[in-house]
Design a binder for this molecule. Sequence first.
Ligand code: TMP
Ligand code: ASP
Length: 236
Amino acid sequence: MEKREELYRGKAKSVYTTDDADRLILLFRNDTSAFDGKRIEQLDRKGMVNNKFNAFIMQKLEEAGIPTQFDKLLGDNECLVKKLEMIPVECVVRNYAAGSLVKRLGIEEGTKLNPYTFELFLKDDAKGDPFINESHVVAFGWGTAEQLVRMKELSLKVNEVLSKLFDDAGLLLVDFKLEFGVFHGQIVLGDEFSPDGCRLWDKETRKKMDKDRFRQGLGDVIEAYEEVAKRLGVPL
Ligand code: TMP
Ligand code: ASP
């Protein structure tokens, strides 16, 4: 598949068109951002680790019947994906309290949420990715009520599949963010699943093994990502 021109440059990935109008190439860069892009640093090996991590997770989700954008790995930092029309909404599922939930509601970090929670955020860095609800999505035309039903259904299925996968690797899936798009009329999971977009804690020690190490200046960011990959059996 031939890479043509850069279609879009995100904070951590670049998107290229290909000679197939239905396919794109994602390039995972080493850029690591936090606080809506206000802090960006280069971390060695991050692009490669996240690309391979994402490929592994997307394949597991496909096996579980979840339609994803992922087609195949093309190299250390690139993969081939379906070209989706993205819905500018971030779906967040939480199993334990952390991050903005702790800040917003004053819940103690690590509190088990029973049942899980499901939240929506508008994907808009300039506005600070604001918290929104389903009526905003429909009223402002970001998605339809039917699409929202499917996005929630798929998000909860992802939670079921990945909570088990990480649990078997001695990790708690604390929370995660998903983005969806439309491919030939169907809602499909897009973007990436990597330690950049979820929280993972060691089950015994509750050590943070995800991008909070970067956000909170805890160090050994990529070492933690590699440890997670090793425990899951992701070939790096
Ligand atoms: P939050 O606690 O900051 O709302 O984040 C919830 C989860 O979503 C956490 O795993 C990080 C992820 N996330 C992203 O990947 N990108 C984002 O822009 C935001 C706001 C959250
Ligand atoms: N992905 C967002 C950013 O780069 C938020 C975050 O992960 O903290 O700013």
